[in-house]
Design a protein around this ligand. Structure first.
Ligand SMILES: Nc1ncnc2c1ncn2[C@@H]1O[C@H](COP(=O)(O)OP(=O)(O)OP(=O)(O)O)[C@@H](O)[C@H]1O
Ligand SMILES: [Mg+2]
Length: 266
């Protein structure tokens, strides 16, 4: 549901949806954060301690509320970049700043949704979505409100009491996104979140994610192998090759052919 589509809805329907989204906005205000990478490098240690493949050094600036997609061949450093951004890997060089603050470890202000939805099978859907809120010590009432609002945002308002094994792959990915949104991140990181899904589900979820982004003004960094998806979703595309940025351009200046050519250049 995009803001633009709303006037086309019947009045009662629009009121109902706007209740959900106002409710969500009240507990989850627009909070896109600026992201700044200066001279960031991360290289994995090889067998004898020598530096091997990895990332950078790279410089990159992502504006508050911007939707950036990252593409690149397998092994080009996309997941490494996201792990550094999420604070899971500490760069050996340079700094990552989120809203001006140096990222020094995992933080609720930035959440990572991975390809393999890492949901907890022993918790219900609602329990999974509330997981980050418990560690943030958000009070119970507020937790319930945020869980309901986040599940409504991803189109699963009735699924709170379900178990994870009762969900389809697409529904599980929606729960993973709801869990990320519930913590009110200023930055949402997604590492090939839809790659295991069929084409139709992938398109539906992409549109839903874009709708959420438009409504909440979150800063989004989205990694994908799929060049069409990168161009459709993002406002700007960064291409990596061998851990380095080889292209950084607004989506409207790009085509699948151009992206493919840049990534394949030796
Ligand atoms: N834990 C690790 N230890 C050593 N090397 C690693 C480790 N993780 C990744 N690498 C190497 O770092 C490079 C970048 O890996 P990364 O996972 O970031 O690539 P990617 O672009 O996400 O690839 P894909 O599209 O296949 O997911 C690769 O050469 C990979 O082999
Ligand atoms: Mg990867």
């Amino acid at each position: 549901m995009t803001v633009k589509e709303r006037p086309l809805l019947r009045r009662a329907e629009a009121a109902r949806l706007s209740d959900v989204s106002n409710d969500f906005a009240a507990t989850n205000p627009p909070s896109g954060a600026t992201l700044e990478l200066s001279d960031v490098a991360y290289h994995y240690a090889g067998k004898r301690g020598q530096r091997t493949a990895g990332l950078g050094p790279i410089n990159l600036m992502v504006g508050a509320g911007e939707f950036l997609t990252i593409v690149g061949p397998s092994g080009s450093g996309k997941s490494t970049l996201l792990s550094v951004l999420a604070g899971f890997l500490k760069p050996q060089q340079g700094q990552v700043r989120l809203a001006g603050q140096v990222v020094s470890g995992p933080d609720p202000a930035l959440t990572l949704v991975q390809q393999e939805h890492a949901l907890f099978p022993w918790l219900t859907v609602a329990g999974n979505v509330a997981f980050g809120l418990k560690s943030q010590r958000v009070p119970g009432d507020e937790q319930r409100r945020r869980v309901a609002a986040a599940l409504a945002q991803v189109g699963l308002p009735e699924y709170g009491e379900r178990r994870i094994h009762e969900l389809s792959g697409g529904q599980r990915q929606r729960v993973a996104i709801a869990r990320a949104l519930a913590t009110r991140p200023g930055l949402l990181l997604l590492d090939e979140p839809f790659s295991a899904l069929d084409e139709r589900t992938r398109t539906d979820l992409s549109e839903q994610l874009r709708g959420i982004w438009q409504e909440q003004h979150i800063t989004v960094v989205f990694v994908t192998h799929n060049l069409e998806e990168a161009l459709k979703l993002g406002e700007r595309v960064v291409a990596l090759r061998d851990g380095m940025v080889v292209l950084d351009a607004p989506t409207q200046e790009l085509s699948v052919e151009k992206l493919r050519a840049v990534m394949e250049e030796g």
